[in-house]
Write a protein that binds this ligand. Structure first.
Ligand code: PAF
Length: 279
């Protein structure tokens, strides 16, 4: 595996692959890699000729400064994991490589997918995601890019952005990888102690129960159950929604294919996000 920090070095390396029409797969990450990221890498390796993974903790997508400060950083361990799992190129830029002085911030209207849920509770977050992902796509020029379904709304926003800007990158969403017991893998789980990891299982358990309930109840009733189950737990629920998978707008009376329950809850000061397709 080769590691590049500078945009121009990465691009010089990739040019011959592009000229030879090789398929470039891209796995953007913020590091602190876990099995979820490795599953994206695996999918990219299966479908592409060369795989680039980026590790960049993007400051512009953190609306909470202490979340940015506490975000785990372990570039050496990440490099080892990427190498052991067959990544070809690791891109490890600094903030000034991604956002040089002349960088012009993009402001896209991706409504409604960027407005609801995370859009409401983390103002500015998706602007940051859109800017970093479009900038990374511009640098890497991948054919396919891989994202985890755990961040269900992020995938929808990135799809909408790719379409709006006509970037020609195929967005692949990979299934959420879960720890034993069902907790969705996340770099943030590193900040949970053993007791909190057990408490956090209520998210997966209530989503599973909601999926069962959805067979015989309306979206509204299913959501009420979810809110109640999480409300009674030791977690602090930020929001739960049952949404249309395309628009991400809430469903009330009628189910549609792919209807998905989305949850965000705090376990201590760790913000956990998860979702499950119900129908
Ligand atoms: O999902 C993430 O880790 C980040 O939001 C991403 C897509 C790498 C952009 O910084």
């Amino acid at each position: 595996m080769v590691i590049y920090k500078r945009v121009s070095d990465l691009q010089s390396f990739l040019t011959p692959y592009k000229e030879a029409n090789k398929k470039i797969g891209f796995v953007p990450t913020m590091g602190a890699l876990h099995e979820g990221h490795l599953s994206l890498l695996k999918a990219a390796k299966q479908e592409c000729d060369i795989v680039v993974a980026s590790v960049f903790v993007n400051p512009t997508q953190f609306n909470n400064p202490s979340d940015l400060e506490k975000y785990p950083r372990m570039p050496q361990k990440d490099a080892d994991l990427l190498e052991q799992n067959g990544c070809d190129v690791m891109f490890l830029p600094e903030v000034e490589d991604i956002y040089p002085a002349q960088y012009q911030t993009l402001h896209l209207d991706l409504s409604p997918v960027d407005e609801v849920m995370e859009g409401k509770y983390r103002p500015g977050h998706f602007d940051g995601v859109v800017n970093v992902v479009s900038r990374l796509f511009d640098i890497v020029q991948p054919n396919k890019a891989y994202f985890g379904r755990k961040d269900f709304q992020q995938v929808a926003v990135i799809r909408a952005m790719t379409k709006k800007l006509n970037l020609g990158v195929e967005i692949i969403a990979c299934d959420t990888v879960r720890e034993e017991g069902g907790l969705a893998m996340s770099s943030r789980n590193l900040r949970l102690n053993e007791a909190q990891k057990k408490e956090a299982l209520v998210i997966y358990q209530s989503l599973i129960q909601a999926k069962k309930m959805a067979q015989e109840n309306s979206p509204t009733t299913t959501l009420a159950y979810l809110i109640d189950a999480l409300g009674q737990s030791t977690l602090e629920l930020e929001y739960a929604e049952v949404v249309n998978p395309e628009t991400l707008l809430p469903l009330t009376d009628e189910w549609i294919d792919g209807a998905t329950a989305c949850v965000v809850a705090y376990c201590g000061d760790v913000r956990l996000i998860d979702n499950m397709e119900l129908i």
